[in-house]
Design a protein around this ligand. Sequence first.
Ligand code: AMP
Ligand code: DBH
Length: 547
Amino acid sequence: MRSAPAPFVTWPVEERGRFRAAGYWTDETFADLVTDRTDRFADRLALVATGSRGGEVRWTYARLGQEARLAAGRLAAARVEPGDRVVVALPNVAEHVAVVLGCFLLGAVPVMALAGHRELELTHFCAVADAAALVVCGDTDGTDHLAIAALVRSRVAERGLRPPVVVDVQRWGPADTVVPAPVPRTHADDLGLLQLSGGTTGVSKLIPRTHADYLYSVRASVEICDVDASTVALVTLPAGHNFSLSSPGVLGVLHAGGTVVLARDPSPRTAFRLIERERVTTAALVPPLAQAWLAAARRRSPDLSSLRTVQVGGARLADAVAGEIEPVLGARLQQVFGMAEGLVCYTRDDDADELVRTTQGRPISADDEIRVVDADDGDVPDGTEGSLLTRGPYTIRGYYGAGEADEASFTADGFYRTGDRVRRLASGHLVVTGRDKDQINRGGEKVSCTEVEGVVLTHPAVRDAVAVGLPDPYLGERACLVVRLEPDAPAALDAPAELAAYLRAAGLATYKIPDEVVVVDELPATNVGKNSRRDLRRLLTERLVAR
Ligand code: AMP
Ligand code: DBH
């Protein structure tokens, strides 16, 4: 038996009552969703995917239910108990869906890690969550995830904590040996899953989402995005990402009885083949992928006639690229601006074309409170850029086990400081104009500047380091690491190669390895103060861009 979930701040009692009275929050739990839909839509096609050992999987809802129950039984055999946390670090294979739904049935709390995470992140997640299990796909694209998992176990143990049991979906034995796990009673206001923050101060924080708040965002997304039983949704981004899971994502499609098509890799070639073959109606992309699709569609003229909607989110979509989606792909663009902490904005089907092309949409809920504020937290008028604060029926009030660390991320009255800079239009639509947070948004993948700096500063030849995002035509931003070396650093040191290798060896996720390393003799000086590091970043970015 693991410890009970760590404490976290949630909504005040009056607000919970309000969200229930408004019908946003219901008694439905994730387990209810799984049992009800796999029964109700039994014969419909639920999932098309690649299995972890290769080969195509086509599961009906009935079969998906069976696979989820098997996954629950296998987790129970690994001593996972109701309420326990399970770190899921799987690529887009069929077992990803089975494991997440299996956790729900077992009443366990999945932690939505990515296959790209390495021992540094996975150790942190396992430690903070006190995870009972770490689920991996042993051999993923030539990387040995069992070896990584073994390292995680020893690092967790070094911290004096109980290491997680490692579950490798590629080594699952035959189904007839699995003992079914009992389905416990859970409450809709309880912790249902843990998402990951992009991370601004050091490593990612864990985001506690309850059944009730998360399922509200899913149901509302289903409605806004017109998802129904005829929907065939292509998932090209990591399936556990908040966008892929809930906006409306895998859970939205299962909620409505549609079909999820999981792409094993995000290439346009794989996507177009699946769209043609499965008659995909909707797909979710980050901006660089949208650009890759546009280029590939022009070259190859694939049959995209089934595609009705293309969602783009995760990072700012350039207006010029937005304008090409409908003419080239023949599908309606929907911009999505969301965050795993809660708030999700969509452009709507009946929005004027201009709004769809130039804004990142408006919030899901009439009860999503939006404040756009200046440096002193004073409200600015519509049309003026400011920092975005938000509060509402599915936006968290505190991170998992954060305690006082929450003070930087939430106002005293519970607004989440998104770290995004926006302009609000009179229509309520938001235009994302920039960012306050020390983060690089690398085409939708969020990289915490201080986390990368913290690791590279442990290198003996590095005196100081600053990570900055530089404009990039494809990624939107690429990660650049600016370093000052120690005076006695070896003259022959090939800093870019050495530091990239060092970060990799330290166990940092692959997507956080800088695209570029620049060695400088001197870092520009800034006024000493709370924001000096941020000023330094701004200064360096300006200089590097001018270069
Ligand atoms: P995460 O912390 O990984 O959940 O990422 C959420 C963040 O991604 C938001 O706070 C924004 O900074 C960024 N983001 C998501 N969607 C968009 C979008 N459509 N345009 C600009 N930024 C976005
Ligand atoms: O970037 C995100 O985190 C994101 C983007 C679109 C998100 O969480 C979402 C939609 O729900």
